[in-house]
Design a protein around this ligand. Structure first.
Ligand SMILES: NC(=O)c1ccc[n+]([C@@H]2O[C@H](COP(=O)([O-])OP(=O)(O)OC[C@H]3O[C@@H](n4cnc5c(N)ncnc54)[C@H](OP(=O)(O)O)[C@@H]3O)[C@@H](O)[C@H]2O)c1
Length: 303
């Protein structure tokens, strides 16, 4: 199948190019920066250079390439993740204007399907909820403080994908990924490096997050290309939702370090308000049952 991956050079993009190439797909990776084309070629995909804010150019690229499926991995965040709401500003623009341009170009060219990256925080930032949350209530939580526009842009991007099949021949699927971990994920690699020298700070708080190894992101996304149902959201998370402190404890144990140092999310909030809310106080234990049942996918057990 010919697949165009926008955001091909992102953390999940590189893993996905590798997986699609392994499965024998004809893969084209989109980048806005000519100097990044070797990264795409290295993973066995053909690079194409286009900026998603340039709708006219996107139209001509899409018509030339004629992909069957377009995957959008368009997010743009600081290398080690957002610390404050203002760090989402470029991503807000990308979700609000760039990604919709890509979807419109795909519809215009008669692409069969769009598969788009979203994130568990599209559910919002609830501070309590059921023991396991599925996709049946798409928006149960409020935005974080000051994050109304950011969350509205993310949810607007999702809605553009989910409703695509209602007014075009292009059906859309949304994948809500958990927090990434594994090789090539910058914060994970930073923690591994730091853990060799220090006991890591393990942020504590009442929140629970859902997690996903970057290789499982690639396999789930590859399965969604053929097996996902149009207009549907799938949680792409592993089997073990856990608090941030649990993630740090596991990572420390893997590199043979002593127990990490507990640090309250309130203290973290003084220097990094966003992660303190998102990973210290937000309740998002997501179920992957729908992805397992419908995509025939299962995350690899890693402990
Ligand atoms: N679920 C999660 O845990 C999650 C999700 C996303 C990100 N993150 C984290 O956030 C950090 C940054 O990751 P990231 O993947 O967002 O960063 P990134 O490396 O900046 O990736 C953004 C992708 O979007 C593309 N892009 C941006 N603007 C574009 C434009 N105007 N036209 C075409 N393509 C455009 C970029 O392509 P070019 O630069 O090649 O043009 C790039 O491939 C990492 O630490 C990552 O682990 C975590």
């Amino acid at each position: 199948m010919r697949v165009m991956v926008a955001g091909a050079t992102s953390v999940p993009g590189i893993a996905l190019l590798r997986e699609l190439n392994r499965r024998g797909h004809d893969v084209v990776g989109l980048t806005s920066r000519p100097e990044k084309t070797p990264q795409i070629e290295q993973e066995g995909a053909k690079p194409v250079v286009a900026d998603v804010f340039d709708r006219r150019h996107l139209d001509s690229v899409m018509t030339d390439i004629e992909p069957e499926v377009v995957v959008s991995l368009l997010t743009t965040l600081p290398k080690y993740g957002p610390k404050r709401i203002k760090d989402f500003e470029p991503a807000r623009k990308l979700w609000g204007q760039g990604a919709p341009n890509l979807f419109a170009a795909a519809q215009h060219a008669g692409v069969r399907r769009i598969v788009a990256e979203s994130v568990m925080f599209a559910y919002g930032y609830p501070t309590s909820g059921p023991a396991m949350m599925d996709e049946s209530d798409p928006y149960p939580g409020p935005p974080p403080k000051g994050g109304e526009a950011m969350l509205a842009a993310l949810r607007g991007m999702e809605q553009a994908v989910l409703t695509s099949g209602e007014h075009s021949d292009t059906e859309g699927i949304v994948l809500r990924y958990g927090a990434f971990y594994g090789p090539g994920v910058p914060h994970d690699e930073l923690f591994v490096r730091l853990a060799k020298w220090w006991a890591l700070p393990a942020m504590t708080g009442p929140g629970i997050a859902s997690w996903i190894h970057i290789d499982d992101v690639a396999t789930a996304t590859a399965e969604a290309l053929g097996k996902g149902r149009g207009g549907q959201i799938y949680n792409i998370v592993d089997d073990r939702p856990q608090p941030f402190a649990g993630y740090v404890r596991e990572l420390s144990a893997k590199v043979g370090r002593p127990r990490p140092l507990p640090v309250s999310h309130r203290l973290v909030g003084l220097v990094a308000s966003y992660p303190a809310t998102a990973f210290g106080a937000t309740w998002l234990p997501l179920s992957n049952a729908k992805a397992k049942a419908e995509l025939g996918w299962t995350p690899v057990p890693r402990v």
